[in-house]
Design a protein around this ligand. Structure first.
Ligand code: GDP
Length: 229
């Protein structure tokens, strides 16, 4: 069972969780479907979705608690009510939406706040973190998604790439897009759809690996890079 709730929105390191639970940062273009995916994983609406790109300019934080319903009866009794795993989704603002807005500055500035707080070598030892890079399956290999990939790879944190909105592709497109994505991102890309539920089970498994001792890492494509705009 998944219990998920919105915790807070913020723009400063002080707004980040302080209970030491692990975090998964969600990175992607504005409108890529991050909120929809959070809601699909939660099984209910916890994140506000929007048809208007570039609206979220804060870091949104969601607490997720997983209870394990399986296991032998004795174990189930012992863990009854206890949370098997708690972590946070840290939803960074979407990048790549410039029109009339300041989302470019927001993403860069807030991503930097997060990196300094959690991933910087001099960070004060934040909780274990990982990242999911979400890319729209209909637009494989966009420059700013590749820049985001390179940026995450440079940070050398546990991270994986997820292709959203797979339900919008035809069967023939799926094969072509799958190959294009894996070539562009130099490794596996998990196809999902918040609308149809495709890939959600696999996404939970991926999240589990990101939070585990043996998390996936991105294969670097190039040596240095900066945060996308
Ligand atoms: P965010 O800006 O990344 O949080 O994106 P949202 O979750 O708000 O989604 C942006 C738009 O894409 C909304 O109109 C959603 O309904 C739509 N959308 C998101 N995920 C999917 C999906 O899996 N399939 C389809 N068909 N539409 C989606």
């Amino acid at each position: 069972m998944v219990l998920a709730e919105f915790v807070t929105s913020g723009a400063a390191a002080a707004d980040l969780p302080r209970d030491g639970a692990p975090e998964i940062a969600l990175v992607g273009r504005s409108n890529v479907g991050k909120s929809s995916l959070i809601n699909a994983l939660a099984g209910r609406v916890v994140a506000r979705t929007s048809a208007t790109p570039g609206k979220t300019r804060l870091i949104n934080i969601y607490r997720v608690a997983l209870r394990e319903p399986q296991g032998d009866p004795e174990r189930r009794r012992r863990v009854a009510g206890a949370l098997e795993r708690t972590f946070y989704f840290v939803d960074l603002p979407g990048y790549g939406y410039a029109r009339g807005g300041r989302s470019a500055e927001s993403f860069q500035a807030l991503a930097q706040v997060y990196v300094n707080a959690r991933w910087h070598p001099d960070a004060a030892g934040g909780p274990a973190t990982g990242a999911l890079l979400l890319v729209d399956a209909r637009h494989p290999g966009l420059d700013n998604d590749l820049a985001a990939y390179d940026w995450l790879a440079t940070l050398a944190q546990p991270a994986a790439v997820v292709a959203t909105k797979m339900d919008k592709l035809t069967r023939t497109e799926r094969q072509r897009v799958g190959r294009t994505l894996e070539t562009a991102f130099n490794g596996p890309v998990l196809p999902v759809s918040a609308a149809s539920g495709e890939g959600l089970k696999e996404l939970w498994r991926l999240i589990d690996r990101l939070l585990s001792k043996h998390p996936p890492k991105l294969n670097p494509r190039q040596a240095s890079s900066t945060c996308p705009r």
